[in-house]
Design a protein around this ligand. Structure first.
Ligand code: F6R
Length: 243
C-alpha cells in the first residue's frame, strides 16, 4: 500500500486525476471503476480539465460505477447516474454506452445485480478503481457487517450512511433506504485501487481501516489484502499517518 499525504485538497485532486490520465494515455481502452459522493468531484474536475486541454481522450474508455440508489429514477437529480453525468460524463468525450451504472429502478433487482456482474466479467478487469470511504468504513455501499458479499448485491443503507448523504436531499427522509453496490470481491479484483479522502472527519476511520485489523466490520480494512492500493489524503484526513 502506498500512502501519500498532501498539503491540501487541491494537490490530491491533481495527483489523483493524474493517475487516471496517465493510465488512459498508456491504455486508451482502460476500464475505470468510478465512485460518487463528495470525494471524487475534484478528481473528475481535473480529468475534465485534462480533456479540455487536449491531454487525454476518453473515447475508448469504459466505466463501471460502484453503486446506485434503489427506487429513484436515473434522471432524478440525486441519482448516481445524474451525478456522473453532471460531474464527468457530459463534459468529456466518452460515449454513453461505454458507461455503466447499476439500475436501481429495475423490478427484479437480483437479476439486475447478476446482469451487472456479467457485464463486468465480459468487459474484463477494472484497471483503476477510485474509492471514497464512509465514516463507518464502508466502501461502495458495503456497510459494516459480520459478513460481506463478494458480488453485486442489494444493501439496506445504515442510518449513519443515510445521515451522511442527507445533505444532498431536500429532506433527510428522502434518502433512499436501499442501494445496489458492487461487492467487496469485485472491488478487490481491480488491478489498482485509489482510495481518496479529505478532512478531519475521515481521519479516525482511515487509521482504523489501514492500520487496524482486517475486519468485515470495517469494510475498507479489506483493502489491506490488495497488492496495489494507493491512498491519497489531505493533511486533515492523514493527520494520524507517520510515514
Ligand atoms: C459512492 C460510494 C461511497 C462513498 C462514501 C464517501 O459511490 O461508493 O462509498 O465513496 O460514502 O462519501 P463522500 O465522498 O461523500 O464522503
Amino acid at each position: 500500500m502506498r500512502i501519500k499525504v498532501f498539503e491540501n485538497k487541491h494537490q490530491v485532486e491533481i495527483a489523483s486525476a493524474s493517475i487516471f490520465i496517465e493510465l488512459i494515455q498508456q491504455k486508451p481502452s482502460a476500464v475505470l471503476g468510478l465512485a460518487t459522493g463528495d470525494t471524487p468531484i475534484g478528481t473528475y474536475r481535473e480529468m475534465i480539465a485534462a480533456y479540455q486541454q487536449g491531454k487525454v481522450s476518453y473515447r475508448y474508455v469504459r466505466t463501471f460505477n460502484l453503486d446506485e440508489y434503489v427506487g429513484i429514477a436515473s434522471d432524478h437529480p440525486n441519482s448516481y447516474a445524474s451525478f456522473m453525468k453532471n460531474h464527468l460524463f457530459e463534459s468529456i468525450d466518452i460515449p454513453s454506452e461505454q458507461t455503466h451504472i447499476p439500475d436501481g429502478q429495475q423490478q427484479d433487482l437480483e437479476a439486475e445485480c447478476i446482469r451487472y456482474d456479467e457485464l463486468m466479467k465480459a468487459v474484463g478487469q477494472i484497471d483503476l478503481q477510485i474509492l471514497g470511504i464512509g465514516r463507518n468504513g464502508h466502501i461502495g455501499f458495503n456497510e459494516p457487517s459480520r459478513t460481506l458479499s463478494s458480488k453485486t448485491h442489494v444493501v439496506a443503507l445504515s442510518a449513519e450512511t443515510r445521515k451522511q448523504n442527507a445533505h444532498h436531499f431536500s429532506h433527510p427522509e428522502q434518502v433512499p433506504t436501499q442501494a445496489i453496490t458492487m461487492g467487496v470481491g469485485s472491488i478487490l479484483q481491480a488491478k489498482t485501487i485509489l482510495l481518496v479522502a479529505y478532512g478531519a472527519g475521515k481521519a479516525d476511520i482511515l487509521k482504523e481501516a489501514l492500520q487496524g485489523p482486517v475486519n468485515t466490520e470495517v469494510p475498507a480494512s479489506l483493502l489491506q489484502l490488495h497488492p496495489r492500493v494507493i491512498v491519497m489524503m489531505d493533511q486533515e484526513a492523514g493527520s494520524w499517518y507517520r510515514g
